[in-house]
Write a protein that binds this ligand. Structure first.
Ligand code: NAP
Length: 316
């Protein structure tokens, strides 16, 4: 604590700042965007490390989070006035809220960062971004060194958030860890409705590569990122994946098999373009395979579910 006070008191960006904060062992986490992954992360944090507060906007979320033993702070990311004086000082901030649904920027995250002052500055930020920032890579294996080139507005919004965080780290010296996350699956979040509707998938021979991570592994990765993910003066970026790229088609087929449902009809890519919504198409018009080596080696993550075969049975 003493070291952090010194840093906030005016020691601007010494090269060893990240190390100082890393050794400081923050015990209180604050979660902005405490939905599914936030709640899984909160449970792990409370079991192993300390206490958790979270920003809440709805009555329903208030009940759920209070039941978990999380301290509640009322606020809405779309209401600037509610974000002033958030009790973030010296906390580990997990920022898991999505940007708004439209546009190419993330005004929510930018508003939160702008509202942070020297008095309520967190000790570290772990941010969930998306692997969509890479855009279409035509099936290539990608690492954190692959240039970003978002093709969808969704990807552009996330890249804007990442840039805002990188600027903020440069200005404050507070460590930031960015996790570029692919499709999340897990208990309660399988595409059952979509399969029931009989919407088509692209036939296997034409299906682009896609990547996934089990929700419980992602929560463990968020904790590992907080503990081990900051080694330098700039934001640290990690690609997240179970390391077993497949296709959306394989994922839907395996999900249907697991649930004893008929597999979705397989159509050509050309037909899929006429039958799927632009939102769905934006996912299947990009193809890449994520190399998760940096995540495994630097964060020390030992995945519970490195394949769909190991992870899907937990979702029954
Ligand atoms: N789904 C995927 O495959 C995927 C892939 C890559 C990245 N991601 C991202 O990963 C992150 C975590 O995912 P998740 O599944 O845990 O998401 P989630 O369950 O939808 O949780 C998102 C949380 O953000 C909160 N939130 C949204 N807008 C808000 C606002 N204006 N003010 C205050 N809170 C707001 C929600 O609050 P309410 O409960 O009040 O709505 C909810 O608690 C999200 O940013 C998601 O976009 C998802």
């Amino acid at each position: 604590m003493v070291l952090l006070r010194v840093v906030h008191g005016g020691l601007r960006n010494p090269p060893h700042l990240a190390l100082i904060l890393h050794e400081n062992n923050m015990t209180h986490a604050f979660i902005i965007g405490c939905g599914d992954i936030g709640q899984r992360t909160a449970k792990l944090w409370m079991a192993q490390h300390g206490t958790v507060s979270a920003l809440v906007r709805s009555v329903e979320a208030t009940r759920t989070l209070a039941h978990l033993g999380i301290t509640l702070v009322k606020g809405d990311l779309d209401d600037v006035d509610s974000l002033v004086h958030l009790p973030l000082q010296n906390t580990l901030l997990f920022y898991f809220a999505p940007p708004p649904n439209n546009g190419t920027t993330d005004p929510r995250l930018r508003t939160v960062l702008a509202a942070i002052t020297a008095e309520n500055r967190p000790g570290e930020i772990v941010y969930i971004s998306t692997s969509g920032v890479y855009g279409d890579c035509q099936g290539a294996w990608i690492s954190e060194d692959t240039p970003t080139h978002p093709r969808s507005e969704r990807g552009a919004r996330r890249l804007d958030a990442e840039m805002a965080l990188q600027d903020w780290q440069r200005g404050t010296g507070v460590p930031v860890v960015i996790l570029r996350v692919p499709g999340i699956y897990g208990p309660g979040r399988l595409p059952i409705e979509r399969i029931k509707q009989g919407l088509p998938v692209v036939r296997e021979e034409e299906a682009p590569y896609s990547n996934r991570i089990h929700a419980d592994d992602l929560a463990r990765i968020c904790i590992a990122a907080a503990k081990h993910g900051h080694h330098g003066a700039t934001a640290q970026i990690y690609n997240v994946s179970d390391g077993s790229p497949s296709s959306m088609t394989e994922y839907f087929n395996k999900t249907a098999d697991l649930l004893g449902m008929p597999r979705p009809p397989a159509v050509s890519m050309a037909e899929a373009r006429t039958r799927l919504t632009p939102g769905m198409l934006s996912f299947i018009e990009e193809s890449r395979r994520i190399d998760n080596r940096k995540m495994r080696e630097e964060l020390g993550v030992d995945l519970l579910y490195p394949t769909l075969e190991s992870g899907l049975p937990t979702c029954r």
